[in-house]
Every structure is written in C-alpha cells, then in structure tokens.
Design a protein around this ligand. Structure first.
Ligand code: ADP
Ligand code: MG
Length: 270
C-alpha cells in the first residue's frame, strides 16, 4: 500500500492504459489512496477502500457500479462536500484533504458545479432566479447576476423559459435549469450524480447532449455517475467501482453521441 507522502510512482492495480504519474500536466483531480469510513454509533462502514485516480482538464468521466459501491461518497469527496478519512486529495494541485470545513466550502463554491438526481430547484422561484442563486451568495451585482444567468440558461437551450417556475417546467427542463445553475459560477469541474436517474429517454438524451457539448466546447471537466450503460458510454472514460475500490478504469471506445441519438428518436406524439 502506498502511504501519503511517499513520492513513488503510483500505478493503478487494474493497470489499463492509464498509469498515474507523479506529475501530470493539466491534472485537475488527483486522489491518492483515499479511504472514507462512516461511523454511526456502533456501525462502521468502509465506503471507499483506497481509491487512487487522476483526472485531467477536459475529461468526461462516467462512474458506474452497484448500489452501495461508493459512487456518491467518491463524488462528495471530489466535490469537496466531504473529506477523506485517510489518503490525499489534490484539486488543481492544492491538497484539499486537510482543509477545514469553511475552507472546503469556499473551494467548493469557486470550483465545483453540482447536478443531482433529484430536481432540487427552489420552488415558486423563476428559472432565471434559480440559476442566479449561487451568484447572489457570491455577492455579484444584480446586473452581473442577470447577464451570467441569461448566458447559462442559453447554454442549456432555455432562454425562452426564464420566467417559468419549476412547476411549469418538465423534469428534463428542470434538470437543465439545474445544469445552468451549476455552470453559472464558471466552475472547474461539473459533478453530476445520476443526473438522468429520474428522467425519460428523450429528457435523458437532452441532458447528455448538453453535458457532452459543454465538455467539448468549453473543455469543462465532467464527472458523471450513472446506472445506465448508454449514459456511461456517452463519456470518454469509464470507471467502475466495486466495494469501495476501482475495479476498472478504461477509455470508452467510440463514445455515444447523445445529439445523434436524440435526432434518431421518433417524433414526439402529443
Ligand atoms: P452508491 O452511491 O454507489 O450507491 P454510497 O457512496 O452512497 O454508494 O454508499 C457507499 C456505502 O456507504 C453504503 O454502504 C452506504 O450505506 C454507506 N454510506 C453512505 N453515506 C453514508 C453516511 N452518511 N453514513 C453512513 N453510511 C453511509
Ligand atoms: Mg449514490
């Protein structure tokens, strides 16, 4: 086992074509032997058992694995919502594994955009106000809030729905508003934990088309948890977790193009 601080070259057990090197240009995320142990009273759950991985700027990575394999725990650590119990996590070269909760929250607000499975927009609040919320907290001027929220809504093809309340939007549209909200702070990484888990096929493809386009056009590093193989195969790299360990970490041959799949769907019947 490689202990933190040891500079030796680290090779993934599941070898593959992607050995971790000590220095990598454009490395955004680097985990070294990360463990996460939850302790609730007498019950101890070892949710991550020595995960090492490196993600470069502009990668689009899907994380798959059975329920309970540690996917959300891993995303929460990479997204700075949680800290490793053991091991080290470098975000853009900074060791964030030892930061205080407040410092972690600052980094999270500046660098991470989250999209969750549940459509967690603020009710009775328009789409554009939902998108602008992170900027309100960040203290941006009202004019800047509006400009940037409009830009983010345009990036998810919802310019014509600015004033709509969440209840006036479909599930897929709500998820696109959530993506715009994740984008508006100009994050280094988008973390999407089962973003299509609650959506039908067409809405899922629309969400994936947007994530793929943002990744391609803005070089936006994207980490995506999914249960669905077709969604996983829309990424360019697929990591499989099992029992808190990386089981496979491989490039996706010939990734699916969500835009093309969308165009190939039969026309909607109303
Ligand atoms: P996945 O997202 O792959 O379904 P999770 O990361 O949510 O897996 O969970 C991994 C393991 O850690 C599971 O056994 C789960 O019950 C446990 N776990 C997750 N979050 C907590 C928590 N906050 N407290 C205690 N145990 C947890
Ligand atoms: Mg989960």
């Amino acid at each position: 086992m490689i202990e933190s601080g040891q500079p030796a070259e680290i090779i993934l057990e599941d070898a593959g074509p992607r050995p971790l090197r000590t220095v990598q240009p454009d490395e955004v995320v680097r985990l070294e032997q990360v463990h996460r142990i939850y302790q609730t009273g007498e019950i101890v759950v070892h949710a991550l058992r020595g995960v090492s991985l490196s993600v470069a700027r502009g990668e689009m990575v899907a994380i798959m694995g059975p329920s309970g394999s540690g996917k959300s725990t891993l995303m929460n650590i990479i997204g700075c919502l949680d800290r490793p119990t053991r091991g080290r996590y470098f975000l853009g070269g900074t060791d964030v594994s030892t930061l205080s909760r407040d410092e972690l929250a600052d980094i999270r607000n500046q660098r991470i955009g989250f999209v969750f499975q549940s459509l967690n927009l603020v009710p009775r609040t328009s789409a554009i106000e939902n998108v602008a919320l992170p900027l309100v907290y960040a203290g941006a001027s009202p004019a800047e809030q509006l400009r940037r929220a409009r830009e983010a809504l345009a990036a998810v093809n919802l310019s014509d729905r600015e004033k709509n309340l969440p209840s006036q939007l479909s599930g897929g549209q709500q998820q696109r508003v959530a993506i715009a909200r994740a984008l508006v702070g100009n994050p280094a990484i988008i973390i999407a934990d089962e973003p299509t888990g609650a959506l039908d096929t067409r809405s899922s493809l629309e969400v994936m088309e947007i994530l793929q386009r943002l990744n391609r056009e803005r070089d936006l590093t994207t980490l995506l948890v999914t249960h669905e193989h077709d969604i996983g195969r829309s990424a360019r790299r697929l990591i499989t977790l099992r029992d808190g360990r990386v089981q496979h970490d491989l490039p996706v041959q010939d990734p699916l193009d969500a835009g093309k799949s969308l165009a190939a769907l039969p026309a909607e019947e109303d």
